[in-house]
Design a protein around this ligand. Structure first.
Ligand code: NAD
Length: 254
């Protein structure tokens, strides 16, 4: 018996680094997976890389409320069900507050916070009707602690963490689990610029107690736990998957 026994999972941002890692782990654990992303070519590459007929691409622009709200129905029409939602799509915005414009602020909140809210609202009726559903939101260490230049991104991710808790308390008694994973730095296309500069990689190692940055599978592992049945007594939490970064200040000699 596998963890997901043919359950259907939809993963947003599935063409991205962490998204592909989550999809692979879900397939390995027995799920059928709807890969959702705005990047059609990226989705084709992801599906080819996964090489599994249970992985099916769905092009969707999560900046468009109507398209976003319509995604669960498309997934249900194709697979005949929808058991797990992973809100993983996100955009990074690195600008200090003095230079950050209201439109950048709104766009960052739209993709990182409003879209997960719209998608959660759209999956809930079907999940409640079937008596069970698991939602996992991908937040960020920047939603747990302030990071320079991430005011908009961090506010969106902190909002996503509070949305997670709100869904858990409003829907927990109706068979819905909503938890979050807050990644630290993970090597993906989103963060590729970090890894071109040895000074940056060295400082990443310094601030991370486990002494390395993350890989997509480091994030996929807690997602599988929170999307599966082993976590049925856990609702509304955010699990930092950051190598200990947010555990506390750990500079030597202070
Ligand atoms: N990589 C990290 O270090 C890191 C750290 C903390 C949190 N995260 C979070 O993890 C998640 C995945 O990040 P990643 O590093 O894999 O990034 P990525 O850039 O590799 O992937 C993000 C994906 O989201 C998709 N996306 C963006 N806008 C979209 C839209 N309007 N509609 C549909 N899809 C859209 C992109 O096309 C892309 O495929 C994000 O929510 C990110 O904020 C990443």
């Amino acid at each position: 018996m596998t963890t997901f026994e043919n359950d259907v999972a939809v993963v947003t941002g599935a063409a991205g680094g962490i998204g592909v890692g989550i999809c692979r782990a879900l397939l390995d654990a027995g799920a059928r997976v709807a890969l959702a992303d705005v990047d059609a070519d990226g989705l084709d590459r992801a599906v080819e890389e996964l090489g599994d007929a249970r992985a099916v691409p769905f092009v969707v622009d999560l900046g468009d409320d109507e398209q976003t709200a319509g995604l669960p129905e498309r997934v249900r029409d194709h697979f005949g069900g929808l058991d797990v939602l992973v809100n993983n799509a996100g955009i990074r915005q690195v600008t200090e507050i003095a230079d950050l414009t209201p439109s950048e602020w709104r766009r960052t909140l739209d993709i990182n916070l409003v879209a997960p809210f719209v998608l959660i609202r759209a999956v809930l009726p079907g999940m409640v009707e079937q008596g069970r559903g698991k939602i996992v939101n991908i937040a960020s260490l920047a939603g747990l602690t302030a990071v320079r230049g991430r005011a908009a991104y961090g506010a969106a991710k902190a909002g996503l963490i509070m949305l997670t808790r709100s869904v858990a308390i409003e829907f927990g008694s109706r068979g819905i689990w909503c938890n979050a994973v807050a990644p630290g730095v993970v090597e993906t296309p989103m963060t590729s610029s970090f890894f071109q500069d040895p000074a940056v990689t060295e400082s990443l190692v310094q601030v991370t107690p486990v002494g390395r940055w993350g890989r997509p599978k480091d994030i996929a592992a807690p997602v599988i736990f929170l999307a599966g049945r082993a976590s049925d007594f856990i609702n509304g939490v955010t699990v930092p998957a950051d190598g200990g970064w947010t555990a506390g200040y750990h500079a030597v000699g202070v």
